[in-house]
Design a protein around this ligand. Structure first.
Ligand code: SAM
Ligand code: SF4
Ligand code: SF4
Length: 367
């Protein structure tokens, strides 16, 4: 059966300019929202463009030649991104992930990485600076990215079978080039490398075992992601979701696995390891086992809108403050008020009714 494609609602418009509170605050590094969650991670989308058309993210029928990507002047500049990153770090952010769209398509990205890598956490430690990529041009870029100060990369790869992968990326892109990108990243020291595989029933679930076999013993961490109802365009249906429990059962039937502890509170992936010592895998169960309770992530869109949840229906236009002449203290206080009011927990509330709600697209806000 072909997917049902739902026309895209342009949710990018819904992001009011935040009010600047009269009383300015000094950040304490421990901002807490209404569900007692700290602000710890910031995901920054550096472009809304991509050279792939993954069917679950940017279906070609919607993201076609008529689709209006953001004009360059709308994007935050590297200086604006770095300024906002510094303000977020003052609020306690210790981890920054660059994403997109395809982040490596942003011109001179190495320069931004250099600027972010020079920032330190409140405790004076280096930032945990990482990037998620489809790896299409990673083989060319890995060394320069590492030299600029990038610590690690996460690579998306949905199948080892070339025909399945080409069908899913819908850009006729071969598996071999992604594997070359992974090797180049490893050689450049961008490790441990995480490999993200979105699993869709009937599309690539036959690839679970081959992917596990390929990456066992490689030192890379393969993570299986449940297909999510992000945005409104990917025709999501619960029937297409392969629950993580099933993924673990299928892998365990071939290679026994056991659970291991999280690295830190709020870690998205549940960690498992092969009993025979061949390494670690992870599952990200956003649909069947919501992890909103420990969600410490804020997201900054390509043109400077702050979103508090991957499934948000509206954002907060920080760029309006940045370009409107607001001071660091004013922006910082506005962010503090926004985070304190946060009560998002979409995945815990997911239902047939919420699936149909208008939401921002994954390619716009990043994963
Ligand atoms: N283009 C880069 C890439 O693909 O790695 C970065 C951006 S992409 C939006 C970030 C991550 O989101 C990827 O690992 C992708 O597989 C995942 N993703 C996109 N749409 C998804 C969906 N509907 N369900 C689950 N994961 C999804
Ligand atoms: Fe592009 Fe990444 Fe979305 Fe695929 S998942 S279409 S590579 S942004
Ligand atoms: Fe966080 Fe929203 Fe995902 Fe819940 S649904 S884990 S609040 S991003």
């Amino acid at each position: 059966m072909t997917d049902r494609i739902i026309p895209l609602l342009d949710e990018r418009v819904r992001a009011p300019r935040p009010a600047i509170p009269a009383q300015l605050e000094t950040p304490t590094g421990r901002l807490t929202d209404r569900l007692a969650r700290h602000l710890h991670d910031l995901r920054i989308s550096v472009t809304d463009r991509c050279n792939f058309r993954c069917t679950y993210c940017m279906p070609r029928e919607v993201f076609d030649s008529n689709y209006r990507f953001l004009p360059h002047a709308e994007l935050l500049t590297f200086e604006e991104i770095t300024r906002l990153a510094r303000i977020f770090i003052d609020h306690g952010v210790e981890k920054i992930r660059l994403t997109g769209g395809e982040p490596l398509l942003r011109k001179d990205l190495e320069r931004l990485i250099g600027m972010l890598a020079s920032l330190t956490t409140r405790a004076g430690q280096p930032l945990d600076l990482t990037l998620t990529t489809n790896a299409s041009i990673l083989a060319r870029k890995a060394r320069a990215l590492a030299a600029a100060g990038l610590k690690r990369v996460t690579v998306s790869l949905d199948a080892l079978d070339d025909a399945v992968f080409r069908r899913m990326n819908d850009a006729d892109f071969p598996v071999a080039d992604v594997l070359r990108g992974i090797d180049a990243a490893a050689a450049a020291g961008l490790a441990p490398i995480k490999i993200n595989m979105v699993v869709k029933r009937g599309t690539n679930d036959d690839e679970i075992a081959p992917m596990a076999r390929h990456f066992r013993g490689s030192g890379h961490i393969l993570r299986f992601i449940e297909f999510m109802d992000v945005g409104t365009s990917n025709g999501w249906r619960m029937d297409d979701v392969v629950p993580s429990a099933e993924v673990i059962k299928r892998i365990g039937a071939e290679w026994p696995v056991e659970p291991i502890d999280a690295n830190y509170t709020g870690e998205v992936a549940e960690r498992w390891r092969y009993r025979d010592g061949a390494g670690e895998i992870g599952v990200i169960s956003s649909v069947t086992q919501a992890f909103c309770r420990t969600c410490t992530r804020a997201r900054l869109s390509t043109e400077g809108k702050l979103y508090l949840c991957l499934f948000a229906q509206s954002g907060h236009d920080l760029r309006a403050l940045v370009r409107g002449g607001a001071s660091d203290a004013e922006i910082s206080t506005a962010i503090a008020h926004i985070w304190r009011a946060r009560s998002d927990r979409y995945s815990e509330l997911r239902s047939q009714a919420t699936v149909a709600l208008p939401k921002i697209e994954m390619s716009y806000i990043g994963g």
